[in-house]
Write a protein that binds this ligand. Sequence first.
Ligand code: MN
Ligand code: MN
Length: 388
Amino acid sequence: MDTTRRGFLSAASLSTAGLVAAATSISSLMAETAVAAIPKSKTEKPKEELEDFVYDIENGSEGYVSAGGTAKEATVEEFPVSQSIAGVTMRLNPGSFRELHWHSIAAEWAYVLEGKVRTTVISPDGSTSTDDFEVGDVWYFPKGHGHSLQCIGNKPCHFLLGFDSGHFSEFGTFSVTDWLHNLSPEILAKNTGLPISAFAKMPKKELYIGTGKIAVENKPANINTNIPVSRSSHKFRMESDAIRQDFKGGYTKLVSSKEFPIQTTLTALRMNIEPGAIRELHWHPNADEWQYVMSGKGNVSIFGSHGRVKTMPYNKGMVSFIKQGYGHYIENTGTETLKLIILFNSPVYEELSLNDWLNSNPGQLLADHFGLTPDQASSLTKHEKGIF
Ligand code: MN
Ligand code: MN
């Protein structure tokens, strides 16, 4: 067909018999080409393949390694599909600290996986807060708020950090030593009120993770003891205080901005899926979904329209990303509980369950859609089951 048209074009072009005739032929040819360029059906449109949406954050890179600890990240560099959320898995040894710093383009969220962490954060109103975090506790520091993290006690700590921008880089943030070691001693002396000689041992480059004396677990005297043990403005005890929902095959614990008001750009979900169970087919109309596998293994499957369905396996230490509005399900394919930490880039949690929706349509319509008998159509799963 193409060859025929091309042949006709050259014949017309070569013709010297009459310009008008040639022009007519060419214009009718162009009309024909324009019509022919419209695909006969949607399936003929070129399809963009679905990108990979699983990345091994714990083993995918060397990351940062020092005497004080390690950090490995999943930003758009390592995990291009995850444009709206970045993750860092960080470990600090006893006595080590992540130095004073802030993030210019992202808020920081974290979930403590092992050990105990003490944070101190400053807000624009000048108020500061120091809080201690244990396993299952989360923190949230709004964009730009200065903070420090310290491993307290004699055990190493491990925490998962989430940022509300995939373009954020944990290694490109604003660290206090990175700023101060580049200033003149005169300016430092003037700004701090200390003599110039006081800065003789100042680090010569960005510290990032520093080592120091092991911090006692008792709160220092300058910490406000009136803050309730369970929560403060930056802290939420996710494992004990989140909104729990139980299902036949597992459970979820939800922390949105309703429960944790400072968490204005994210919603967090802890999810357990038991062996053999699935998190049913659903989608989120208002947010991208980012997952970290705490333990176990499973399959994540996404539907991105145009017949594009892609299923990828993941296991402990991997992250996954599902774009807003993409249909998906998760299946536990292992023999132990699949435990997930999930972030959504919205302060409000929304989901649509396929089972809920199917059930709300007229039975005959469903029967005609799927080739079911009226009996089968009426015995479709009646409502959302969550995990089963
Ligand atoms: Mn930080
Ligand atoms: Mn989901």
